[in-house]
Design a protein around this ligand. Sequence first.
Ligand SMILES: *Cc1c(COP(=O)(O)O)cnc(C)c1O
Length: 390
Amino acid sequence: MTSRQTDERAGVVAVDVRTDTGAAALPAPDSSPPRRRVLFTPGPVMMHDYTLHEGGRLIDYHRTTDFSSQMLQCERRLKRLCDAGPDDRIVMLTASGTAAMEAVVLNLFNPRERMVAVNSGEFGGRFVEIARLHGHELAEITLKPGRQIRPGDLEQCRTAGCVGFLLNHHETSTGSLLDLDLVSRFCRERGLLLVVDAIGSFLADPLSMTRQGIDALIFSTQKGLALPPGMSFVALSERAIQRVSAATPRSYYLDLRRHLTDMQRGQTPFTPAIGIVRQLEVRLDRILEHEPAAIVTATRRLAENFREQLGGLPLRIFPECPSNAVTALAPTDDRTPDYYVRILASDYDLCVCPNGGKLKDQIFRVGHLGDLTFAENARLVRALREIAAR
Ligand SMILES: *Cc1c(COP(=O)(O)O)cnc(C)c1O
């Protein structure tokens, strides 16, 4: 990390250490100054020094064997993180997560094919809108915000003629983690293609393509991977690859057939976000110094550590079953969510996330993804206590 980045992130006035005579003024190597501004947002999230550093390097030309092997290495490692089968493949799109959601609808399904979709909130609703826009009929399961999906919701669902199931694993707008095992069993029984938007849960909550029979798993760079926004990924099962290969293209940029073909040699049809690919590589190096499950455990510990400290605060955890990635909090006193969000930002330089839409006046969200620490959790909780005591 450069000293300039240290200074900016720590919010201290830049000191030119070369002219500073007092060696005591230099921080010891292991006592980096506390960061001033901290993002507790669902994404983008706090990035690590090593990925920030990588982001400052020259962008190289990419139609080379070196870059191809980097891409293939990233694919192998991402497959490990998805617990994908040997013949599953990953396509890499230079576009935010929503494009990957749309790409899956356009490439896995034929026009007018019916599917089940769970409208769990803003992101579940987005899947519904994408599918409808492209002419698909839906058996829609609408959940009250924050509510878990139950067997009864599935039993009542009219699945006749449906070929697929669209689920947002973590409905990030409410912090609710939906029961993927339940949906997975349902899809297996009925032979439905299972599409999972795991953008909000990837690396935060346990999931397995193989064990849960996921046909298309969607994730992106700016959430659990803690990279800049700009790339998204679709991991495809063998069955999904066959569907993609047989489908008539409905989009030029998002034609996954071309992506699959080019990815066989580690390339993409169009210029990828080369800089993000390199940051992805260094990030995956670090993540896979440990078993894939370790990063999920670390995120869970951060979330639990935060939630354990909420006792006595006028804040209620909103969803029935919270994801490790986000804690959605509903104030139980007469303060509005917006009040907490505003004061945390203006007086404490702590960035939590307000909600839009119907939940605007009910909840705000605290993220646990990215380069966060227990000490930063404690700082946030102290700030919340001070605000609640005002
Ligand atoms: C963040 C997120 C998305 C994608 O949003 P983009 O802004 O397109 O990256 C989609 N689904 C879920 C569940 C998310 O959390």
